[in-house]
Design a protein around this ligand. Structure first.
Ligand SMILES: *[C@@H]1O[C@H](CO)[C@@H](O)[C@H](O)[C@H]1NC(C)=O
Ligand SMILES: *[C@@H]1O[C@H](CO)[C@@H](O)[C@H](O)[C@H]1NC(C)=O
Ligand SMILES: *[C@@H]1O[C@H](CO)[C@@H](O)[C@H](O)[C@H]1NC(C)=O
Length: 362
């Protein structure tokens, strides 16, 4: 059947009659102005993506927060299991506070693009530590632990490390940078989120294993080749195994479920290094989602003054452990940051001021 344009339709296409059209135009104008106002200024506005962002997961459309986040994990130190120590003697808790200070408040290293610092915390961490980190400006998120009986952590303090995988559930962010809490920040890290070594990659589903959950069609996983000695090249020569201490990833429930499916298969990977072993298996170079080597300038393990002078933005070490042989000048930098952190909060709180997430004062 052929459709003939009706009188009414022609009316739309031709010159409209005068009276109603004026009223119609005025109404249209009101609609446009209201829509413009709502989209631009109202608290119900859509978070419209800026041109240049290469992809827009649906989750990022619903709110106006940063698309990026720094993330760490805090769990109780097994060494303190049956002891009652003041909070300031819990090394990893203190290290997390130093990291919060460096990422959120310190003039030369804090985010200058309002990137939040999320602390994933297992439910058995003391409430006083939760409160303190919130006052420090951190976004504390208490998580359920992820545990697998068959896994055998190489060191007792790695027992809760599988819970790190919970960061893949933070789908309100497009990219997250995971940092172990024993990380010293020497330079602002914000640019890592837009570095071309942290772009999305296409998966190779044809390389999936039948007994594992499906992989997402694209993913981000950028990390650094692992070294285990103080003297090493920088940049490190690319290798097959990365450190789980720093990695940049795209949260994804599909990816999270993929990891969980692997975790459930006994001996699918060497569990000695816990989540580091799992992630290295999941992102093996000849697997469906090979990992990318992150721009070396952002981080280093087993640091020495050499990497610091070369401009490494973050350096990984147990700074407080005086049993570790380490350049004293390098070690001092972390202790100075710790002192600044304590002074910074004391100075504000003695005046009854709590700092905001970006270090701003009310
Ligand atoms: C701490 O005490 C519990 C029982 O209360 C025990 O099972 C555990 O082995 C102790 N841990 C350490 C590190 O001594
Ligand atoms: C943040 O600081 C860097 C220097 O570390 C500078 O290049 C950049 O323009 C700053 N960004 C903003 C948003 O101020
Ligand atoms: C990133 O950019 C640099 C410099 O522009 C280029 O040399 C390098 O090949 C790029 N790397 C990737 C992974 O695109």
């Amino acid at each position: 059947m052929l459709l003939k344009p009706s009188e009414d339709m022609l009316g739309w296409q031709g010159t409209p009659r005068r009276g109603p059209s004026r009223r119609f135009q005025a109404a249209l104008l009101v609609v446009f102005i209201s829509a413009f106002y709502i989209l631009t200024f109202s608290p119900y506005r859509l978070n419209l993506r800026l041109p240049g962002s290469s992809y827009t997961p649906a989750s990022s459309l619903s709110s106006s927060h940063s698309p990026y986040a720094y993330v760490t994990l805090l769990a109780p130190d097994p060494k303190l299991d049956n002891k009652t120590l003041p909070d300031e003697e819990d090394d990893y808790f203190v290290a997390t506070r130093v990291l919060a200070y460096q990422l959120l408040h310190a003039p030369h290293t804090a985010t200058n693009s309002s990137i939040p610092f999320v602390v994933l915390m297992t439910p058995d961490v003391a409430d006083s530590k939760v409160e303190r980190l919130r006052k420090d400006g951190a976004t504390v998120k208490v998580i359920e632990k992820i545990e697998q009986e068959w896994m055998k952590p190489g060191l007792p303090r790695w027992r809760d490390m599988l819970s790190k995988l919970r960061l893949f559930e933070l789908t309100q962010y497009e990219k997250v940078l995971f940092l172990d809490s024993d990380m010293f920040i020497a330079k602002r890290m914000d640019d890592i989120f837009t570095d071309n070594t942290t772009e999305p990659l296409r998966s190779k589903p044809e390389l999936e294993e039948n007994d594992e959950a499906p992989v997402p069609s694209s993913y981000i996983f950028a990390a650094q080749t692992y070294v285990d000695q103080r003297r090493h090249q920088y940049p490190m020569p690319p290798g097959d195994y990365f450190s789980g201490g720093v990695f940049l990833a795209q949260p994804s429930i599909e990816l999270f479920n993929y990891y969980l499916s692997i975790a459930q298969i006994e001996d699918r990977f060497n569990s000695n290094a816990m989540e580091q072993g799992l992630l290295n298996y999941a992102h093996r170079k000849d697997g469906p989602m090979p990992w990318a080597e992150v721009n070396y300038i952002y981080t280093t393990t087993w640091p020495s003054m050499k990497e610091y002078k070369a401009g490494a933005h973050s350096l990984h070490e147990k700074w407080w452990d005086l049993g570790i042989e380490l350049d004293p000048d390098l070690r001092k930098l972390w202790f100075i940051a710790k002192g600044e952190m304590l002074g910074f909060h004391q100075a504000h709180e003695s005046q009854g001021i709590h700092v905001g997430k970006d270090g701003s004062l009310p």
